[in-house]
Design a protein around this ligand. Structure first.
Ligand code: CUA
Length: 277
């Protein structure tokens, strides 16, 4: 910039119009000069494009290059993660070990979402039928907020998730706990009986109880989660009861219909779900 500015200012003063001076010779229509200043920048732009394309393909792993550590699915309006190591499922709460780079694959069963943890990496779209992948790494322990970065419908704004970066030993303990089936008593609690008898099991899974439904958040370790409804409320008994009373009052448009439970059923289900640590 300094060189260009100096040349511009030099030319301005050196070649400015002076009184009684004839017009200098003009170079308009000079074919050789025009060909040179068209072709050279064109080649420079192509060269930069090739460098960029190479850099991008190196920084973005293809999902086929290596198996993903976490298979993330963005769906209306929540996030699911499946950990290859342990084979368990999580919802809107990913844990990662500090300082280790994990490969996250991204997919969607419905519309385009975008996986975005501003403090850790750029956005990457989750596109139905077109798997993408992105590296995820945190250098410091902590909780990082994630969002959906692509408008996807009524509850786009409530498609939050968190990434919890933990020291390796702590992460290993978490991973072991998540991979363990739910602790249920030999005589099922009233809430568990309800869960299995009603339509809950069509969409929700609880490892050790029922794993037929996968279209809604896995509830195996429900009580260990910080948030409900992809971040819309804290995971407390009162909020869970409010959710079970009618999810549409808490998160209008969510794909969970009103289960039309009695207060007693809500209390039983709340008690059981909040026991799933
Ligand atoms: Cu998903 Cu916006």
């Amino acid at each position: 910039m300094v060189i260009v500015c100096c040349m511009v200012f030099y030319s301005l003063f050196r070649f400015k119009a002076r009184p009684n001076q004839p017009e200098p010779s003009q170079t308009g229509g000079h074919k050789t000069v025009e060909v040179i200043w068209t072709v050279v920048p064109f080649l420079i732009v192509i060269w930069i494009f090739l460098l960029t394309a190479r850099g991008m393909s190196r920084s973005d792993p293809g999902p086929k290059d290596q198996p993903a550590d976490i298979e993330v699915t963005g769906a209306r309006w929540w996030w699911q993660g499946r950990y290859r190591d342990g084979g368990f499922y999580v919802a809107h709460e990913l844990h990662i070990p500090v300082g280790k780079r994990l490969l996250v694959s991204l997919d969607s069963p419905d519309v385009i979402h975008s996986f975005w943890v501003p403090e850790l990496s750029r956005k990457m779209d989750a596109i139905p039928g077109h798997p993408n992948a992105i590296w995820l790494q945190a250098d410091r322990p902590g909780t990082y907020q994630g969002f959906c970065g692509e408008y996807c419908g009524a509850q786009h704004a409530w498609m939050h998730f968190i990434v919890v970066a933990q020291p390796p030993e702590e992460y290993a303990r978490w991973q072991h706990a998540q991979a363990t089936p739910a602790q249920v008593s030999a005589t099922p609690a009233p809430g568990q009986v309800l869960f299995q008898r009603m339509t809950c099991v069509n969409c929700h899974a609880v490892s050790g109880v029922s794993v037929t439904g996968r279209s809604a958040p896995d509830l195996t370790h429900f009580a260990s989660r910080k948030k409900l409804g992809s971040g819309i409320a804290d995971n407390t008994s009162a909020n869970l009861a409010r959710w079970l009373k009618n999810p549409q009052n808490v998160k209008p448009g969510a794909l969970m219909p009103n289960p039309e439970l009695t207060d007693k059923q809500i209390a039983d289900l709340t008690e059981w779900l909040e026991s799933l640590r």
